[in-house]
Design a protein around this ligand. Structure first.
Ligand code: FPP
Ligand code: MG
Length: 330
């Protein structure tokens, strides 16, 4: 399909080494409470946070649009707000999903209980607005705030689909746009906005982020069909929650209406035997390969868009980010 080199996030982040040190100090200060018990929870979140794909995108797009050496307050604030939005959404998501694990460790609800997790998510949201308002950088706060609304909408539309099993391509793409692609899009867009790039360039950065975000979620949906020892997550966990995603939708395309109805009935049953049958259907009908192709289209669109930027280490990192997201195995 393509000649991808193996990429690590460390390589992608390499041109941002200095910025990352300052950013981490800023983030820890943002995730801080005067109350020692609460601060323990926030430190736990800080120490067990994810790979930092989104703040990396913010910084890369800021650097791509500015020749200034200085790591400005606006860039640092933007990266931190994005990471805080992502973090708050995951803290609440694990409460909603009753998930005890996050990034291979106890989730906040698993470690500190549901009540504390809900309040911690609220606390982080309040820090987003506090930091944004205090900074007086209202354009940045306004821009990133849109994503919070979209994340909530995406979750609710998805929830409705798990009840009706009436998933269509339009609905699927709308859900993944809102629940995942929007925050990656906003991450790239706000990077350009932070260095006051013209509106058209902010929009172009947003579009790049949207394309890699769509690819990112399709990959996630493909990985739901992979073995647990590869991904570290139970196989077909989404399917068990009645989530019909792209691999199954693609398989439906090759089936008669009766066969689709039977497969949906298996999804509705959701027991081990039924789920194993659906997984077989998806594999035999080429659902995974077709979803991979759709993912690849989004990646290629994103890569093409990068060609219009001058060559730099930051552009190279963004090209590598495309490969990194497409080739990840968990
Ligand atoms: C992961 O989903 C989570 C999301 C895509 C976003 C969740 C959004 C909310 C809970 C809305 C609230 C937002 C804020 C800012 C408070 P997943 O369960 O599909 O993936 P997982 O395997 O990582 O849990
Ligand atoms: Mg979840």
């Amino acid at each position: 399909m393509n000649n991808r080199q193996k990429v690590s996030l460390e390589t992608i982040k390499a041109p941002l080494a200095t910025e990352m040190v300052a950013y981490e100090t800023f983030l820890r200060e943002a995730l801080h409470s005067e109350s020692p018990y609460f601060d323990d929870i926030l430190r736990y979140i800080f120490d067990n946070r994810g790979k930092g794909v989104r703040p990396t995108l913010v910084m890369l797009f800021a650097k791509l649009h500015s020749t200034e050496e200085r790591f400005s307050k606006r860039i640092m604030l933007s990266a931190a707000l994005i990471e805080l939005i992502h973090t708050a959404s995951l803290v609440h998501d694990d409460v909603i999903d009753r998930a005890d694990l996050r990034h291979g460790k106890s989730s906040v609800n698993g470690q500190f209980g549901r009540r504390n997790a809900i309040l911690t998510g609220d606390f982080i949201l309040s820090r987003i607005f506090e930091l944004g308002m205090e900074s007086l950088e209202f354009d940045i706060l306004t821009y990133v705030s849109h994503s919070i609304k979209w994340l909530c909408e995406g979750e609710v539309i998805q929830d409705e689909q798990t009840k009706t099993l009436g998933m269509t391509y339009d609905k699927y793409y709308d859900i993944i746009d809102k629940k995942t692609a929007s925050l990656l899009a906003i991450s790239c867009g706000v990077g350009a906005l932070a260095v006051k790039a013209p509106a058209a360039e902010v929009d172009a950065a947003y579009e790049f982020g949207r394309n890699i975000g769509m690819a990112f979620q399709i990959k996630d949906d493909i990985l739901d069909y992979a073995a647990a020892d590869q991904t570290g997550k139970p196989m077909c966990a989404d399917l068990r929650e009645h989530k019909i995603t792209l691999p199954l939708l693609k398989a439906f395309d090759t089936m008669t209406p009766e066969e689709v109805a039977e497969a949906k009935e298996l999804v509705r049953l959701g027991n081990d035997e039924a789920i194993a049958k659906v997984r077989n259907i998806v594999e035999q009908r080429g659902g995974i390969a077709a979803a991979e192709e759709a993912m690849e289209e989004f990646i290629q669109k994103a890569k093409k868009a990068l060609e219009s930027y001058p060559e730099s280490d930051y552009r190279t990192s963004l090209e590598l980010m495309c490969d990194f997201l497409a080739q990840r195995k968990k």
